[in-house]
Unconditional design. Structure first.
Length: 300
């Protein structure tokens, strides 16, 4: 099983169609669900519907109830009641499911690895210098070959199909953005995770913020999946950042969220722990001792 192999394991666009159909028409048998998604139309590739349904059933998004396909709890409640609402919330839920420990236990295995291929590839992309990274799939393959210590047992993209699948999934899940060019940028993923990162707190120290972010999104700096990927990289091809210096990808996201007012950074001189944001060429950008949420708006 794989998530990135778009040819045989489905597309996120197909996943959206399946979820919208269930929200609109309610639980149905597999056959009726496929038909509700256009399975009887000649132009529709039913294999994509079937494969996507299979993959995300195994990952835990879909379940079976009295012979009908359903959306599993707690995801069904989290998606809301309307198809439009569900589509808007789906990236956050898919991201959560893909990062679950049980879906990443066979982290470097090629067979039956569930969503581990996605997790390790996203972690690898986020570990790169985003200001120097070339998103061309051929160049990504060359970079992987140069960095991975044991390429016979450990792979990231493997082929053009998977690299293109990775780039598409990163856009959908908020780890990249597209415009003039495709760039690595986890701002949206980090924005969505802020309620889980802060919990009941309004302010965290810089190191605590990074630690909590890594627990929610383990592909970020210090996260479980990121750590496993970084341990596989050759130091001569991937210089390890010094302690306290954040990756350029996480730095970019934190800086963007600060600029838009989603969080506020502070650097107090009387504190011990700080994190340093990295800019181009991994140069120190700015330091932050604390990260806070903006003041809650007063309601009348």
């Amino acid at each position: 099983m794989s998530v990135l192999n778009q040819a045989s394991d489905g597309l996120y666009t197909v996943l959206i169609v399946l979820v919208r159909a269930i929200l609109r028409f309610g639980p149905r048998s597999r056959e009726d669900l496929i038909l509700a998604c256009g399975g009887a139309v000649d132009a529709v590739d039913t294999s994509q519907l079937t494969q996507t349904l299979n993959r995300w059933t195994e990952l835990g998004l879909f379940g079976q109830e009295d012979g009908s396909v359903t959306i599993s709890e707690p995801y069904k409640s989290d998606l809301g009641k309307s198809a439009d609402e569900a589509e808007a919330r789906l990236p956050r839920i898919v991201r959560t499911i893909a990062m679950l420990v049980e879906n990443n236990e066979r982290f470097w295995e090629r067979e039956k690895s569930k969503s581990a291929d996605l997790s390790r590839a996203v972690a690898w992309m986020l570990a790169q210098d985003v200001y120097a990274l070339d998103g061309n799939v051929r160049k990504l393959a060359v970079l992987e070959e140069a960095q991975i210590a044991d390429s016979a047992k450990q792979t990231i993209g493997k082929n053009d199909t998977r690299w293109n699948g990775l780039k598409a999934w990163m856009l959908y899940l908020g780890f990249a953005r597209d415009g003039m060019q495709w760039v690595v940028d986890p701002t949206q993923a980090l924005r969505d995770a802020l309620p889980d990162i802060f919990g009941s707190s309004r302010e965290l120290t810089g190191p605590a913020f990074v630690e909590r972010a890594a627990s929610v999104l383990p592909v970020l700096d210090g996260g479980a999946y990121r750590t496993q990927v970084e341990a596989s990289l050759k130091e001569r091809a991937w210089p390890r950042p010094r302690a306290g210096l954040l990756s350029s990808s996480l730095s970019r996201a934190i800086q963007r969220l600060d600029r838009e007012g989603a969080i506020t950074l502070a650097n107090r001189s009387d504190t011990e722990g700080v994190v340093t944001l990295a800019g181009t060429n991994m140069r120190a950008w700015r330091e932050a001792s604390h990260v806070a949420l903006p003041p809650a708006r007063k309601t009348r």
